[in-house]
Design a protein around this ligand. Structure first.
Ligand code: DX5
Ligand code: ZN
Length: 217
């Protein structure tokens, strides 16, 4: 199965979102990753529904919304209306993950669950078959440009095995510190969606970086 590159708009130039989204539209990236942070679940605040709506209206790629927010159940339908194709919530942000997954699916969006670096993959064992995507955080969420946590590779392998054992077909997305220096190992471990913020937008030639990430086996 070939992999998907999901550049993260968090690392784009917010004064030129129009230009940067156009660049992604013209690239070989299939998804655009959109990080929503509330200053409570994570220490940083990014942007909310209105900005996601503006981004999605311009973006021709799959809009992959990563909600790093408390009480995500209050906002799921608003982000779907804003244009999200995939909505990912954190397992740590709700007591009722199963209900929340179905709330996302009921909107028509694909449902993803993200796990912080300290959260074991076994914590989602009983909802694995219900998921379209599992996002393993390879940094502590809140900021772009952080260093990849290498223990994530073992988590990817464990998750991949769990999916095979249970006939699950969720995508495995890796988020944080992903770039040309480690993408091969991440893919080899079993991931198939690579979020890439700084490594794409801060590179000299973002289109070429996307192609290089795509070309990895
Ligand atoms: C981190 C966000 C990431 C971030 C990745 O909290 O969830 O999606 O944008 O940025 P890089 O690729 O720069 O680590
Ligand atoms: Zn993210």
């Amino acid at each position: 199965m070939s992999h998907i590159i999901a550049p993260s708009i968090l690392a784009a130039d917010f004064l030129h979102l129009d230009r940067d989204i156009e660049m992604i539209n013209n690239s070989n990236a299939e998804w655009l990753h959109v990080d929503v942070m509330d200053g409570s679940f994570v220490p940083n605040i990014s942007f909310g529904q209105a900005i996601v709506k503006a981004i999605a209206s311009k973006c021709k790629k799959t809009v992959d919304v990563h909600l790093m927010i408390d009480r995500p159940e209050l906002y799921v339908s608003e982000f779907k209306e804003a244009g999200a194709d995939v909505i990912t919530v954190h397992a740590e942000a709700t007591n009722h993950l199963h209900r929340l997954i179905y709330q996302i699916k009921d909107t028509g969006a694909k449902a993803g669950v993200a796990l912080n670096p300290h959260t074991p993959v076994s914590s989602i064992e009983n909802v694995l078959e219900d998921l379209d995507l599992v996002c393993l955080m390879s940094v502590n969420p809140g900021y772009g440009g952080q260093k990849f946590i290498y223990q994530t590779l073992a988590k990817i392998k464990e998750l991949k095995k769990m999916l095979i054992d249970r006939n699950g077909d969720a995508q495995i997305e890796i988020d944080g510190g992903v770039g040309l220096q480690n993408a091969e190992k991440i893919l080899e471990a079993g991931a198939n969606v690579l979020v890439a913020g700084s490594s794409v937008f801060k590179s000299e030639d973002p289109l070429l970086t996307i192609d290089r990430l795509m070309a990895l086996k």
